[in-house]
Design a protein around this ligand. Structure first.
Ligand code: TYD
Ligand code: MG
Length: 463
């Protein structure tokens, strides 16, 4: 017989332990263990009691799952060409970034093309969702709307009859299954609720979109476990102060990973940006020191983005390093290489690095552009000809080729750039702009002339 046992579950990684501890043994997170009641079967399973499963050959015929286009092209692109019937999609993002807005727009677009859809909100009352729909001009759309949080009620309501083809659950953290004692939002509840929705999706061929809030450190709240359970994980990201939003596929069983869709938050909702390559470029041509344009690739598309650096002498014993939109460990590495292999003295300086426009760059190919921005800020000399740059920097100071060099160069030429700093290898075609090949960081440093490596910056007294 099943019996209830108390156990402590880490809200960050889902590991369980029998006693409370200040730190989770599995993921080393502090203060994350919470008591939950679990029901287990005390005895181990015995073979021979289960139902026999049927094995089938790998090359059998299965009907191709049809893809349903949502009608929002950037959204479809990230999904890998549209919604797959019976798939479970998790959409994570900071509160207020626009998840509910995006999904309401997507549901309305689906409804307008004749697909039955439902939007279930556990966070907002019906009236609030209606108000948003009016603001977005979507109030005429045929979307079934409900405010509910009980998983049992939701599943029963979707039983039989005219079930919708696509259901949005906003958000999974507000949902609860009533045979678990723990509070909504705890790992146990989130996992159990998600499991129920995913099971329904697979059984009935309904696409389920689960909204998940992200914690401060950038994880979908508590359960990373959710990421393993669903077919597709999308992150909706962007800086609050900026209007641009990026929808990024982190995992996709039905399409390419790391594809992005770009949106702009307007006062009438999210607008698609179908050609984002010039979006994150400096407005003024960018011929100032401390700025370098990175010719990047996001998913399948080239995106040019301005990287800004500011190097100032620091009054602090431990100089400040602040990074927005890039990996700070990667910055530390580029700085160390510039120091050891390029002869630059960056220690003792405060360093600020910013990726313009609120984009987050994940590619290591941005190393060279970051290095160029740093050297440029340190010397006070703008990057020669306002060149674009790309290339990965290795620990011995070498600049390594990155993928799709031709696509990057072509886009840079198209947008009017006249020069590119690039690693020697990796090109197959002759580009329409001048290429300065850089095979090691000291060559990059030499491009900035013999300006004194460190300008005397008047010491400031703040802090
Ligand atoms: P929302 O979709 O509620 O975010 P989430 O579900 O991710 O928490 O988005 C809320 C923000 O979006 C809010 O700060 C206001 C802004 N917004 C607009 O700028 N224009 C709009 O048309 C709408 C609906 C929201
Ligand atoms: Mg919301």
């Amino acid at each position: 017989m099943a019996k209830a046992i108390r156990q402590y579950v880490c809200q960050s990684c889902g590991a369980t332990s029998n006693k409370w501890a200040g730190q989770c043994d599995a993921c080393q997170e502090w203060n994350s263990l919470v008591e939950e009641v679990a029901t287990t079967t005390p005895k181990g399973l015995t073979a021979g009691k289960g139902r026999k499963i049927d094995f089938v050959p790998l090359n059998g015929t299965s009907p191709e799952s049809p893809r349903q286009k949502t009608g929002i092209a950037e959204f479809d692109r990230v999904l890998g060409g549209g919604l797959v019937a019976g798939s479970a999609i998790l959409i994570g993002g900071d509160p207020g970034i626009g998840k509910s807005t995006l999904l309401l727009q997507a549901m309305a677009a689906l409804a307008n093309s004749g697909v039955a859809v439902a939007y279930i909100s556990g966070e907002e009352a019906v009236e609030q969702v209606r108000m948003r729909a009016r603001r977005l001009g979507l109030e005429k759309s045929n979307v079934d709307l409900a405010a509910a949080t009980s998983v049992r009620d939701i599943l029963s309501s979707l039983e039989g009859g005219e079930a919708p083809k696509c259901v949005v659950i906003d958000s999974i953290q507000t949902m609860f299954v009533d045979n678990l004692e723990s509070a909504p939002g705890s790992v146990g509840q989130v996992r159990a609720s998600a499991q129920e929705f995913i099971r329904m999706a697979k059984h009935r061929g309904i696409s389920v979109m689960l909204v998940g809030h992200v914690t401060k450190d950038g994880q979908i709240a508590g359960p990373r476990v959710l990421e393993h359970m669903v077919d597709t994980v999308l992150y909706f990201e962007g800086e609050r102060g900026h209007q641009f939003r990026i929808l990024r596929a982190v995992k996709n069983r039905f399409g390419p990973g790391d594809e992005i869709g770009v949106f702009e938050m307007t006062d009438a909702g999210l607008a698609e940006v179908s050609n984002p390559s010039a979006l994150f470029l400096p407005q003024d041509g960018g011929r100032v020191s401390g700025s370098c344009v990175f010719a990047g690739i996001e998913g399948t598309r080239p995106v040019l983005v301005e990287i800004q650096a500011l190097v100032t002498s620091s009054p602090l014993a431990t100089p400040r390093r602040a990074v927005v939109g890039w990996d700070s460990a990667r910055l530390a590495m580029v700085m160390a290489v510039l120091d050891a292999r390029g002869g630059l003295n960056l220690a003792g300086n405060d360093i600020y690095l910013n990726v313009a426009g609120g984009l987050r760059v994940h590619e290591p190919g941005a190393d060279l552009a970051v290095a160029a921005a740093l050297v440029s800020s340190l010397t006070g000399v703008p990057v020669p000809d306002g060149a674009v740059a790309f290339g990965e920097i290795g620990l011995s100071g070498e600049v390594r080729p990155v993928s799709q060099a031709d696509v990057r160069l072509k886009e840079a030429a198209k947008l009017g750039f006249e020069r590119a700093l690039s690693p020697p290898a990796g090109r197959k075609k002759e580009p329409d702009l001048a290429v300065s090949e850089i095979s090691a960081v000291h060559e990059l440093v030499a491009m900035f002339g013999d300006a004194p490596p460190l300008r005397a910056v008047g010491g400031s007294d703040d802090e």
